[in-house]
Design a protein around this ligand. Structure first.
Ligand code: DAH
Length: 339
């Protein structure tokens, strides 16, 4: 092996662990090391070149020794620092995780309604046409049934769908319980939408339903005012705008006064002072009848809100995708004490 080749090898060598260190020692410094042949060859070198040749081989040897000692020192140091833990040290604080912002809001909404007697009910995310649409008074040709909105699932001869709203749980509760009914249904819903900052193919809703004798629109309004003030603060106002849903009559959309700018106008409320947070209305008699409840005896109200929307307003989350990307830099901001 020539001086040049070994010198090049030394300039590139990397000793990363103890095994490599030992291999290096055997090759360059061991009893049968590669430099021995170079020393042995001195006798065949012409006299006038012997001196320079010898110096080069010596330099190689010194370089090899230097590499060996440096690598050994570096390895011992990493080994020591990995054992450097002081075992007598008292244990530190345990790492505290964070709840997901949607879980925080969901829990807050449930607590607010629990206080006035609403109990939680849940239903399946894979629904049939009856619970998601028909019993809720959707006409057969209603656009919401369209492929564009709904993810359909073919199961044998049955066509099922991923529920497009939690209103389907209303139907299940009314079918299975006799009034009075006072329930809220939090859950995940699905729509066939392209994912962007403002739309997602899944999101979360909380549905509310109250059925009893003599329930009126005034009850609905007062309940929603109580809710809005509990969630956004006692100064919060609500307003209702007429709207349309197949399952309620009359129907309304509910705005709360913007808590970010004290209704003065800001970019979140688009300078109106109001934020839309839910749909609501008096349960349509057709829905009561479809679920086996006598609409001459009972009336009721229903409402439905988006959890992401409310989290957006409370925590100023401007991109819906953040909720499902699991980026810890986003999630850790919701640790207790950080909000
Ligand atoms: N289901 C509606 C939606 O997904 C929300 C809704 C509106 C629910 C009015 C209701 C209601 O119970 O009364 O957009």
């Amino acid at each position: 092996m020539s001086i040049e080749i070994l010198s090049q090898e030394l300039s590139q060598v990397q000793v990363q662990d103890e095994h490599a260190l030992e291999q290096f020692r055997i090759r360059f410094l061991g009893s049968k090391n590669v430099l021995k042949d170079l020393y042995a060859a001195i006798k065949d070198i012409p006299n006038e070149e012997k001196r320079s040749y010898g110096q080069q081989v010596n330099a190689l040897k010194e370089r090899a020794e230097q590499i060996y000692h440096e690598a050994k020192a570096a390895l011992t140091q990493t080994l020591q620092s990995s054992h450097a833990e002081d075992l007598t040290k008292p244990a530190g604080d345990p790492m505290v995780g964070a709840h997901h912002p949607l879980s925080l809001i969901r829990r807050e909404i449930i607590e607010i309604f629990n206080k006035i007697g609403f109990v939680v009910s849940e239903g399946p995310e894979i629904e049939d046409d009856w619970h998601n649409f028909t019993a809720l008074n959707f006409p057969p040709e209603h656009p919401a049934r369209d492929m564009q909105d709904t993810f359909f699932i073919q199961k044998g001869a049955n066509e099922l769908a991923l529920r497009t709203h939690t209103s389907s749980v209303q139907v299940r509760v009314m079918e299975n319980q006799a009034p009075p009914i006072r329930t809220i249904s939090p859950g995940r819903v699905y729509r066939n939408e392209a994912i962007s900052a403002r739309a997602h193919c899944f999101f979360h809703q909380v549905e509310g339903l109250y059925i009893d004798k003599g329930v009126s629109f005034a009850d609905l309004k007062q309940t929603l005012l109580y809710f809005a003030q509990a969630l956004f603060g006692p100064q919060t106002q609500i307003r209702m705008r007429p709207s349309y849903f197949p399952f309620t009559e009359p129907s309304a959309e509910v705005d709360v006064s913007c808590s970010l700018c004290n209704a003065q106008g800001c970019n979140v409320c688009k300078y109106t002072g109001w934020l839309e947070i839910m749909g609501c209305g008096m349960v349509d008699p057709n829905v009561l009848e479809a679920c086996g409840i006598d609409s001459n005896e009972y009336t009721g109200y229903a409402f439905g809100m988006g959890v992401e929307r409310i989290a957006q307003l409370k925590y100023r989350v401007t991109d819906l995708r953040l909720y499902s990307e699991n980026d810890v830099r986003f999630l850790k901001q919701f640790k207790p004490g950080m909000l």
